[in-house]
Design a protein around this ligand. Structure first.
Ligand code: HAM
Length: 415
């Protein structure tokens, strides 16, 4: 039997209500806060990701789905949304407005990671990006939207981890000092981190290998090396978060796995998910637009991993549905009349269904129950002959006989 690819998941009919629920809340909250939806392609030229995310990151080094196009150009399935959104806003001149540009997106992303619970090779993100201001209030607005999204879904016990990784000059100075410190630990840290020492030493700080965590416990923190400007900006973010009542934990080790970040970075974790506990993350990326040859434009955003959020939702998400009318037509004469009635109900905007596999009344009523119908409209050859139908309340099991021509009126009163 053909099977799906490792690390990919089907979202089955019993799970789609959960997904629609998450998506509806994402659309509603983002729109409420003035973000407009953008839909970008799921693949781009590889160079876009290599330049934005950074050549020495895990994503670019080993997780991208990259393939040659027929003309030889290198294409990559999007591993995240930020780079594509920046490319799109530049290509379509969306930054040429005096006000901030706020965009959001929903859709699949692709990373060749080792699959495990909460980590997939195709996963879905809800993300937002706000361009054009470095005001710390925008940082807080974005974080507040992320927090509100999770609270609206009823998620509990969440922790907002926050840090400032400063501007590139702050980081350059800090990295010198960090490398001096790490040079004494090179023999004990893991092989991956030994390599990162020269390519991306900051990432050693959030390596999950216990021996590396222990070795870097006393490492100098970037936080202590922030310029006055970065430190003031960060303090304003923290003050405003406090003033609107969003709790946070300062986490000096939070450096994030993508190179484009600067200043504020954040992640939200849940204790109910095991190793893949980060359900949403983001930060400022004040230099990325310029790096991609746009005008100097500060920006900030986040992305939520929707599979991880789905793991935290109750299995049954109740979405209120109008009552279902099941049309139970059986017998040669009755079936076409029943089908016409079904069609008319649907045309009138009424939720209606039938089951062509069931051919007698007993099995039709069983199907009606299975589908959760509130009423069945029973129409056999006898009824067809007398131009009547029976309407059966599936909960009380009471039945009423009425003229076929009266049924639409009756259904409208029950709907
Ligand atoms: P990220 O931290 O790489 O950031 O991903 C954001 C979220 O996507 C993660 O916190 C996690 O919930 C989810 N995620 C990532 N990889 C996987 C995976 N393999 N399986 C399931 N879920 C996953 C970004 O993508 C940035 N673009 C966020 C951003 C937007 N920063 C600024 N703007």
């Amino acid at each position: 039997m053909l099977r799906s690819i490792k690390g990919l998941k089907d979202i089955l009919p019993q799970q789609t209500p959960q997904w629609r629920y998450m998506e509806t809340i994402a659309h509603t909250l983002a729109t409420q806060s003035g973000f407009s939806e953008i839909r970008i392609p799921i693949f781009e030229f590889t160079e876009l990701y290599a330049r934005s995310i950074g050549g020495a990151t895990d994503i670019v080094e080993k997780e991208m789905y990259t393939f040659p196009d027929r003309d030889g150009s290198s294409l990559t399935l999007r591993p995240e949304g930020t780079a594509g959104v920046v490319r799109a806003v530049l290509e379509h001149h969306l930054l040429e407005s005096p006000s901030t540009r706020k965009l959001y997106y929903l859709g699949p992303m692709f990373r060749h990671e080792r699959p495990q619970a909460g980590r997939y090779r195709q996963f879905h993100q809800f993300g937002v990006e706000a361009f054009g201001t470095e005001d710390p209030l925008m940082d807080v607005e974005v974080i507040a939207l992320l927090w509100r999204f999770f609270c609206s879904l009823g998620l509990k016990d969440l922790t907002l981890h926050i840090n400032s990784i400063g501007n590139p000059q702050d980081r350059e100075k800090y990295i010198q000092e960090l490398k001096r410190f790490l040079s004494t630990k090179l023999e004990v840290i893991c092989g991956n981190c030994q390599r990162r020492y020269s390519t991306n030493p900051l990432r050693i700080l959030d390596c999950k290998v216990p021996i590396c965590q222990q070795a870097t416990q006393e490492a100098p923190t970037l936080f202590d090396h922030l310029s006055l400007e970065s430190a003031t900006h960060f303090q304003s973010v923290l003050d405003e978060l406090t003033s609107i009542g969003i709790p946070f934990t300062l986490n000096y080790r939070l450096v994030r796995g993508l190179d484009y970040y600067s200043r504020t970075t954040f992640e939200i974790t849940s204790p109910h998910l095991g190793a893949q506990s980060t359900i949403g993350a983001g930060g400022r990326y004040d230099g990325l637009v310029e790096l991609l040859q746009g005008p100097s434009t500060p920006a900030i955003g986040f992305a939520v991993g929707l599979e991880r959020v789905a793991l935290l939702l109750p299995e049954q998400v109740s979405s209120p549905q109008p009552p279902l009318f099941f049309v139970a037509g059986f017998g040669k004469k009755a079936k076409p009349i029943a089908f016409k009635l079904l069609h008319e109900l649907r045309e009138a905007g009424i939720r209606a269904d039938t089951d062509y596999k069931s051919t007698n009344l007993k099995s039709l009523l069983r199907s009606a129950d299975k589908l959760g119908a509130s009423y069945s409209i029973i129409l056999g050859d006898d009824e067809a002959h007398s131009q009547t139908v029976i309407i059966r309340n599936m909960t009380t099991k009471t039945q009423e006989l009425m003229k076929l021509e009266e049924i639409s009126q009756k259904i409208k009163s029950l709907n």
